[in-house]
Design a protein around this ligand. Structure first.
Ligand code: CMP
Length: 354
């Protein structure tokens, strides 16, 4: 957890460094900059470059020490140092600073999101190529039709297929700059058709990417949940079909130390399994529960309010199960449901009434 925290801070600082460098690059392109301001901005760029040089050394040392290879990090670090250095040495004017734009790659370094994106693109490559081909076909056909319908009316804009291609791209992508407008009725009808095709093609692209993205996230969640469920001894009794059902039903959650997870007297619609960490149950003589235990089952079974307040002693990794899913568990794995019911009865017996 601590490692995760530091890696997040590190990524944030890295992105901040890239942002400072890129702002300096942008500022250097403004006209009428004084000599002094340019010098300050160039010093900022050198500072950022030096930080990336240090980072490259650190990455190399870390790789050698741990044996873990993160190719995206190495590529981003090498480019961040080599490209600006080569530009400074070989590009004469102040334009060398433009090559620092390679720092745009820094936020991608080790990013889970971009790895996910890369997997989505790889998985859906065939479908995306298919839609891109349709785009190409429609684009050419639209340019050809526009050439035929408009060449005599506006020869300067539609006098050849390459000229008409610009209109086709702008219309098909539904951007519509309005710099080229068909004048004839046939041309305008064509424009309407091309716009509608464009909407359909972009909807297809968006649909493919959104579905693939959702499925990839679900698959990752499933794998993570599976690992967590396997860590709870109670579920080791389950057959594979019931295990898949429960993995889908359980929702992982991490709560920091000191958090009140459920409060006495509140209504309860879910129970919790502890994957890692410890909680304290505030009964008359407080009870501690650790990895593999569960709590919150009493309200679920009896429908009564929570019998005690439960808080996290350490950071706790939990899996929560809602009452509807508990019913599902009761029918698919009566054995486990029975253990939970029995435990609830025993705990109820331990609570003084009155
Ligand atoms: P619930 O009543 O839903 O919410 C509070 C939870 O604390 C309760 O379910 C039990 O899971 C747990 N609990 C209550 N009493 C005890 C006890 N004596 N020992 C262990 N856990 C308890």
């Amino acid at each position: 957890m601590l490692r995760l925290f530091f890696s997040k801070i590190y990524s944030l600082l890295n992105a901040l460094l890239a942002a400072i460098g890129l702002l300096a690059v942008a500022a250097l392109t403004t006209p009428d900059l004084t000599e002094r301001a340019s010098l300050i901005l160039e010093i900022v760029l050198f500072g950022v470059w030096a930080a990336y040089l240090l980072q490259l050394f650190a990455t190399m040392v870390l790789h050698r020490a741990t044996g873990v290879r993160d190719r995206s990090a190495v590529v981003a670090d090498v480019l961040a140092v080599i490209v600006p250095a080569a530009a400074f040495l070989f590009v004469g004017s102040r334009d060398w600073s433009l090559f620092c734009a390679v720092w745009l790659l820094q936020p991608l370094r080790g990013s889970m999101f971009f790895r996910l994106m890369a997997r989505v693109l790889t998985n859906e490559a065939r479908n995306l190529v298919g839609v891109t081909t349709i785009f190409g076909i429609v684009l050419f056909a639209a340019a050809l039709a526009a050439y035929l319908t408009e060449r005599d009316v506006q020869p300067d804009k539609f006098g050849s297929i390459p000229l008409a291609m610009w209109w086709a791209v702008v219309t098909l992508s539904t951007t519509g700059y309005g710099d080229e407008i068909p004048q004839s009725l046939a041309g305008r009808t064509l424009a309407g058709l091309v716009m509608m095709s464009g909407i359909g093609i972009f909807a297809l692209w968006a649909g493919i990417l959104a579905t693939a993205f959702y499925e990839e996230v679900r698959r990752q969640d499933f794998v993570r949940n599976w690992q967590q469920v396997a860590a709870v001894p109670l579920f080791q009794k389950l057959g594979s079909a019931a295990l898949i059902e429960i993995v889908r039903a359980l929702r992982p959650r991490v709560v920091p130390a000191g958090t009140v997870i459920c409060r006495k007297g509140e209504a309860g619609d879910q129970m919790y399994f502890i994957v890692e960490g410890r909680v304290s149950v505030a009964t008359s003589s407080p009870v501690e529960l650790g990895s593999g235990s569960f709590f919150g089952e009493m309200a679920l079974i009896t429908g009564e309010p929570r019998s005690a307040t439960v808080s996290a002693i350490t950071e706790v990794s939990l899996l929560s199960l809602f009452s509807v899913d508990f019913q599902m568990l009761s029918s698919s794995s009566p054995e486990i449901a029975e253990i939970i019911r029995k435990t609830a009865l025993e705990r109820r017996g331990a609570i003084p009434h009155g």
